[in-house]
Design a protein around this ligand. Structure first.
Ligand code: CIZ
Ligand code: SF4
Length: 319
C-alpha cells in the first residue's frame, strides 16, 4: 500500500514535470481512473477521451486504455505526443477487422455507406465514411437510413444487429465481437434477475441479443453510468466490463451493483468480465512511460488525414 501511494505521488510529479495530462477509460484499473481525475485529466468513454485530449492544451497525452484510443487521439491531435502504458493493449474488435480484408469487403459493396465503430485501427477508419461510438451510432444510422442510404457496418455484429433492429436500416454486418461482452449469457442473466426481482438491468450493446433483450437500459458506458445514477432503483445488474463499477459506485453511492453472469463465472472465477487488454494498464508502466517518454503512438500522417474525416463527421453530427 505504501509502495502504491509512492508510485501515485511519483506519477503526479511526473505529469507536472512533463506537462502531460492523463486520460483514462472507465474499464481501466480504479487507481488510474482516480489519478486521471485528481490531476485534471479525464475518465470517460472513447469518444470523450479523444475530444478531451484534442481540446486540452497539454502537448503530451497519456492514454490509459487500448490502442485504438491512442490512435484516435493521435488522429485528432497529430501535433501532440501520445503515450500509452502498454502498446500491446489491443481489442478483439480491432484484431478481428484487418484493414486489407475490410477494404476488399468495402470494394465488393460500393453502393453502401461505410460506418465503423471506434474500436478499429486507423487504417480501417481511413476507409470509412463515418466513425461512430456506441453512444451515438444509433442516431447516426437512423439519420443515414432516413436519407435512404444502405449501410456497411463493422466490426461488432452485436452492436450492428441491435442498431439494425432499432432503426430498421439495411445493414450489412462484419462479423466481429468483443471478447468480454460476447461472454454474457442470457439464460444465467434471466436466473439472476429472478433472484433479484427488484434489480434493474444495464447492458452494453456489444452483448449478445438475448442479453440485450433482458435489459432495462441499453447504452454506452456513459449512458449506463447516468442510468445507475438517475434511475429510481437501488440494485443494478451490470453487463459490461466490470472496470465500470468503480465509477458507478462513486456516482451512485449507496446503490448496489451486481456483475452480470459470464460463461467463465464459477466458484473460482467470480468476475470474469474484464478486458485483458484494459488490464495491461498499471501504475508502474504508466510511471515508466512518463519517465522515459516511451511507448509513443504513431499514425501514418496520410492515413491519419483520411481517418479524421470519418471522425469529424461524427463530431460535427454530435455538436
Ligand atoms: O467496449 C469498449 O471498449 C467501449 C465501450 C469503448 C468505448 O468507450 O466506447
Ligand atoms: Fe475491445 Fe471489448 Fe476490450 Fe473494449 S472491452 S477494448 S471492445 S475487447
Amino acid at each position: 500500500a505504501a509502495e502504491k501511494a509512492a508510485l501515485k505521488e511519483r506519477i503526479k510529479r511526473l505529469l507536472k514535470e512533463r506537462e502531460a495530462v492523463l486520460v483514462a477509460h472507465y474499464y481501466v484499473d480504479g487507481d488510474l481512473q482516480d489519478l486521471a481525475e485528481e490531476t485534471g485529466g479525464c475518465v470517460s468513454d472513447s469518444l470523450e477521451m479523444a475530444r478531451f485530449g484534442r481540446d486540452h492544451p497539454a502537448k503530451t497525452l497519456v492514454v490509459a486504455g487500448v490502442r485504438f484510443m491512442g490512435e484516435t487521439a493521435k488522429i485528432l491531435s497529430p501535433e501532440k505526443r501520445i503515450l500509452m502504458p502498454d502498446l500491446d493493449a489491443t481489442c478483439s474488435l480491432d484484431l478481428g477487422c484487418p484493414a486489407d480484408e475490410f477494404s476488399a469487403f468495402c470494394d465488393a459493396h460500393p453502393d453502401r455507406t461505410v460506418v465503423v465503430y471506434a474500436n478499429t485501427s486507423a487504417a480501417v477508419k481511413a476507409r470509412a465514411d463515418w466513425m461512430v461510438t456506441s453512444s451515438i451510432g444509433l442516431d447516426i444510422v437512423a439519420h443515414l437510413h432516413a436519407q435512404g442510404k444502405k449501410i456497411l457496418w463493422a466490426p461488432d455484429k452485436h452492436l450492428g444487429s441491435y442498431i439494425q433492429k432499432q432503426t430498421g436500416a439495411d445493414m450489412l454486418l462484419w462479423q466481429g465481437s468483443c471478447l468480454v461482452h460476447d461472454e454474457f449469457k442470457g439464460i444465467e442473466l434471466d436466473l439472476l434477475k429472478a433472484e433479484h426481482p427488484e434489480a434493474r438491468v444495464l447492458v452494453h450493446p456489444e452483448s449478445p441479443a438475448n442479453v440485450v433483450a433482458l435489459a432495462d437500459v441499453v447504452g454506452s458506458t456513459t449512458q449506463l453510468i447516468n442510468a445507475a445514477q438517475t434511475m429510481d432503483a437501488t440494485t443494478f445488474i451490470v453487463a459490461t466490463d466490470n472496470g465500470i463499477l468503480h465509477k458507478m459506485r462513486a456516482a451512485a453511492p449507496g446503490k448496489h451493483f451486481i456483475e452480470a453472469p459470464t460463461a467463465g463465472n464459477s466458484a473460482t472465477c467470480k468476475s470474469c468480465a474484464h478486458c485483458p487488454w484494459m488490464a495491461m494498464n498499471g501504475l508502474q508502466n504508466l510511471a515508466d512511460v512518463l519517465e522515459n517518454f516511451s511507448n509513443e503512438i504513431h499514425v501514418d500522417p496520410q492515413v491519419g488525414k483520411e481517418a479524421v474525416r470519418a471522425i469529424d463527421r461524427m463530431l460535427d453530427f454530435a455538436a
